[in-house]
Ligand binder design. Sequence first.
Ligand code: GH3
Ligand code: MG
Ligand code: MG
Ligand code: MG
Length: 312
Amino acid sequence: MKILLVEDSRAMAAVMSVRLSSFGYSVAVAENGALAVAKFADWGPDLILMDIEMPVMNGFEASARIRAIEATQDWAWTPILFLTASDTQENLITAIEAGGDDFMAKSVPEAVLQAKMKAMARIAALRSRLSQANRMLKEQASRDGLTGLCNRRYMDLTLDMAWSEAVRSGASFALLMLDIDHFKKYNDHYGHLAGDDCLRAVAGAVRTVVEAFSSDGHAKDAFAARYGGEEFAVVIPIASEQAYRSIADGVLDAVRGTGIPHERNAEWGIVTTSVGGAFVDAAGDDIAQMFRAADMRLYKAKESGRNRAVLN
Ligand code: GH3
Ligand code: MG
Ligand code: MG
Ligand code: MG
């Protein structure tokens, strides 16, 4: 357990610090409230022991600032125990009102200090398991299980926000819809398990292209999602028309580049995709209009021979 000890008296800090370390906890000392807030932000302690009277910033103010930082994060709550001169009823009430969880007299007997720290360590362990589980659940809820791409649910949620932002700022917006060519025949010929492998490989190729454009800054917020079945979408907020076209070409190339044999995709002999896209200079119309345009062009790409993109 990481304990942040906030105490302006050097002598008191030294004594407490030695006691806490002797229980096996790692301890960092901050000499006033302002230093405590800074240390809290970059060290992420599991527990804070907070003196009240201190120069620069007192313990109540520091606690309020720490709670304000936590309010911007999911499920963040670090226990704060105020250190007081005496354990009066008033001190307890003031401590809780100030955003603390408990208080402790500085003269607390060794055994009581050890017992309280044990209870706090249990809470800290539970909190860390909870936040890990929460992170995993969040991750799972937004990923497609087969391909690891963002799933439809994540896409719908993110798309709404990205589109509203683009409408607000009059930014450009692009959307690509991809569909694997003759995938039903692929399954019929090679079997469903091979079909699943193929989906994973295609998804990986799409993802690599989109991530490259995203990380080199040409389409910073672009992401790929599994739209459904053997269909994928690439959402490209705030991108130039050039980036839109390059991503479409890049994706077609990358899928061909996997070189997965597909005998029943007669003309090409390997797995290919068709792409339909929509681009607007300034987001304004309904986002549904973008989907209709991209869908219609995807249909055209299929009709005109597959393994190509129709972008306008
Ligand atoms: P087109 O070139 O016109 O797109 O033809 P297609 O055969 O790809 O189109 P269609 O929509 O008729 O077939 C899509 C196939 O994708 C049917 C379905 O069995 C397969 N499919 C969808 N999801 C999965 C999946 O998760 N795993 C596997 N193996 N196949 C899937
Ligand atoms: Mg003090
Ligand atoms: Mg399809
Ligand atoms: Mg298809």
